[in-house]
Design a binder for this molecule. Structure first.
Ligand code: TXA
Ligand code: MG
Length: 318
């Protein structure tokens, strides 16, 4: 049975014994294991049902812990680290041969690294002084958990310890940048650190996507709730849905008039609040009696890029 603790030392003991442990971060909860413990990392892939082709993010309290494993660190990394770490930014680096278990990097010559800012997580990483991997603590392709209870729901039958750090304050996964090239960087996954914030620190953002490392967020579908999710831009689109369904869970700026709308949740007006609510509401919708979920697509603007990317991958347009 999965169980909760608030004691960091209990979580460290379990990790050190080679057991995966769910840990809070400011973005979403992660399913953690020591990065250098092959068996524990393997267990993480199995618990999540994650294909081995999808590399993991390494979490550390300080980059110096793994710096000698990196082949090359572009000069701009220092400025990004200063500006955004600890926090919801992941950087992908070139690594030295065999520096990380091939499971961690999915056999690629790179590794993704982040320093999370959640106080419990950061304290744990400081005490542990070892790198840990932590993919989001959900079954592969599903909605990431933003509370310890969500993790318990996903892994109820498994023998998993969950470190309860309250609700994740950011609410969607970190922004990922490719930091493998000296002259430029590119965005691999949108998050709440947006393009203009990155540009303000270093302007060499590569526009064209070209050849990119593989990112699991690159799949067309991802972050999916159990119920069908649709998104719309015009409220009239709801009429089509109401012809087919009697109970629709709606997240939108204004409350729709249609009778099929049995639960309504306002879509927050600012992106930060919307990101905080998004996965939480999708889970609430999954628990409800609704047949389908409908969400209003926010207006395309770079502050909303992280939220929009999640909605597009989780649902389909009507
Ligand atoms: O906010 C987050 O990043 C959360 C928390 C728990 O830290 N973690 C998270 O992990 O979202 P996960 O496994 O759900 O997503 C990791 C993403 C995937 O899209 C993966 O493909 C990408 O990071 N990634 C990992 N290593 C990579 C690499 N070497 N090159 C390119 N992408 C990589
Ligand atoms: Mg994930």
């Amino acid at each position: 049975m999965a169980s909760l603790t608030t004691d960091i030392q209990t979580a460290i003991t379990a990790l050190t014994q080679g057991k995966p442990v769910a840990l809070p971060t400011e973005t979403v909860y992660g399913l953690a294991a020591l990065a250098d413990d092959t068996k524990a990392v393997q267990a993480v892939f199995e618990m999540k049902n994650r294909p081995l082709t999808h590399p993991l993010i390494v979490h550390v309290a300080d980059l110096s812990l793994i710096k000698d494993r990196l082949a090359f660190v572009p000069a701009y990394v220092e400025a990004f680290a200063q500006a955004f770490w600890p926090g919801p930014l992941t950087m992908v680096f070139n690594i030295k041969a065999s520096a990380f278990d091939p499971l961690v990097s999915a056999g690629q010559p790179t590794v993704a690294v982040r320093i999370p800012s959640h106080p419990l997580m950061l304290e744990l990483l400081q005490m542990l002084n070892k790198p840990i991997v932590a993919p989001s603590a959900n079954a592969f392709g599903r909605v990431s958990p933003t509370t310890a209870e969500h993790v318990l729901q996903s892994f109820a039958e498994q023998n998993l310890l969950v470190l309860d750090g309250g609700r994740s304050q950011v609410g969607i996964e970190s922004t990922i940048i490719d930091a493998t090239q000296d002259g430029y960087y590119s965005i691999l996954r949108q998050g709440m650190i947006c393009e203009s914030e990155l540009r303000a620190v270093d302007s060499r953002l590569l526009e064209s996507k070209g050849e990119r490392p593989r990112v699991s967020g690159d799949l067309k579908t991802h972050y999916q709730p159990q119920k069908p999710l649709f998104y719309f831009s015009e409220q009239a689109a709801l009429n089509t849905l109401c012809n087919k369904f009697d109970n629709v869970f709606v997240i939108a700026k204004d409350k729709p008039e249609q009778d099929c709308v049995k639960s309504y949740h306002p879509l927050p007006l600012n992106a930060k609040e919307a990101a905080y609510q998004l996965y939480y509401l999708l889970r609430e919708a999954d628990q409800s009696e609704a047949e389908v979920i409908l969400i209003e697509m926010p207006i395309d603007n770079e502050q909303w890029a992280g939220v929009i990317e999640r909605i597009k991958k989780a649902g389909s347009a009507i």
